[in-house]
Ligand binder design. Structure first.
Ligand SMILES: Nc1ncnc2c1ncn2[C@@H]1O[C@H](COP(=O)(O)OP(=O)(O)OP(=O)(O)O)[C@@H](O)[C@H]1O
Length: 290
């Protein structure tokens, strides 16, 4: 998926200025940056939920293939030549290719977890007949992958924030798209489920070739899960590259307006340490000594 020269605004005031973003099949791209830098707006434009003032979103010709079929993608030059303009697809065609786990969603009342997950199958159902032969198995798999199968028959309005987050993710997975966009998916999740979600993201990319774009505030999580990091600052792409290339002290310190030290251990794990006025400096020193 390629977002080209995207200019995005609210009420005529631009908040993203000519951004380019390439999400590669089988790779995880993390969008990071300060509050208000335009991450969610950019992600929403890729999901066709925010109409660009200028620019366009191109999908690989085979990005219509589903996770279960195994999708393959192309380089930006191929997308420019052969890509499908996202705006040219009807809603159902687009929803079979791209899904977004949004930051906040209204919780529907009076339905069960399984029913909410089944909503994800909507674009795959026939218009007149309920034909979706693989649907039940895909819904079950989505619930198992996200750890919600045990409470499949519970009403969604009785779930905790973290449980609900996983149910929405299951619904996205049930959509079985080749592009998965996630906006701050670890919010509300406890430590175990944060780690499991990051593992799941990697698994979807590595084993199923899914194209993944994920907004993350936690830079250490971005370093752990992403192949590429896009750093946004004031609506512009400030840096793009591998975590080692982008998550460097001077770039982060300048983008976030606070000193950020970066420690890389001998296994290549990156830990970012924003330096506050009190005890965070000692934490960095401990990390460096260890
Ligand atoms: N519905 C809206 N109406 C008007 N302005 C908005 C709206 N949503 C976002 N903005 C503005 O657009 C800019 C980018 O917001 P966006 O939510 O994309 O940033 P973000 O990087 O995702 O921020 P955060 O990290 O706080 O979630 C901000 O200046 C914000 O105030």
């Amino acid at each position: 998926m390629l977002g080209l020269d995207l200019t995005l605004s609210y009420d005529g005031a631009p908040v993203v200025h000519g951004a380019e973003i390439h999400l590669e099949p089988g790779k995880v791209t993390a969008l990071v940056g300060p509050n208000g830098s335009g991450k969610s707006t950019l992600l929403r434009s890729l999901a066709r939920l925010h109409r660009p003032d200028a620019g366009r979103v191109l999908l690989a010709a085979d990005e219509g293939r589903t996770i279960s079929e195994g999708a393959h993608g192309t380089e930006p030059a191929d997308l420019l030549e052969h890509g499908v303009d996202a705006a040219s697809l009807n809603g159902r065609e687009f929803a079979r290719r791209v899904t977004l786990l949004a930051q906040s969603r209204p919780t529907p009342g009076g339905i069960t977890v399984r029913e909410l997950v089944e909503f994800g199958r909507h674009p795959h159902r026939g218009r007149w007949i309920a034909g979706d032969a693989d649907g039940a198995a895909i819904v079950m798999r989505a619930m198992e992958l996200t750890g919600v199968a045990d409470f499949a028959d519970q009403p969604v309005d009785r779930l905790s924030g973290g449980q609900l987050q996983r149910v929405w993710l299951a619904s996205c997975l049930a959509q079985d798209t080749s592009v998965l966009l996630l906006d701050e998916p670890t919010t509300y999740l406890d430590l175990r489920y944060q780690v499991e979600l990051l593992d799941l993201i990697r698994e979807l990319a590595d084993e199923h070739g899914v194209t993944i774009g994920v907004v993350l505030h936690d830079l250490d999580q971005a370093a752990a899960v992403a192949d590429r990091v896009v750093l946004l600052e004031s609506g512009r792409v400030r840096a793009v590259g591998t975590p080692t290339e982008v998550l460097v002290s001077d770039v982060l310190s300048s983008a976030y307006g606070i000193r950020v030290d970066v420690v890389t251990d001998d296994r290549g794990c990156i830990t970012t340490c924003p330096i506050g006025r009190y005890n965070t400096r000692q934490r960095v020193e401990r990390l460096v000594v260890a």
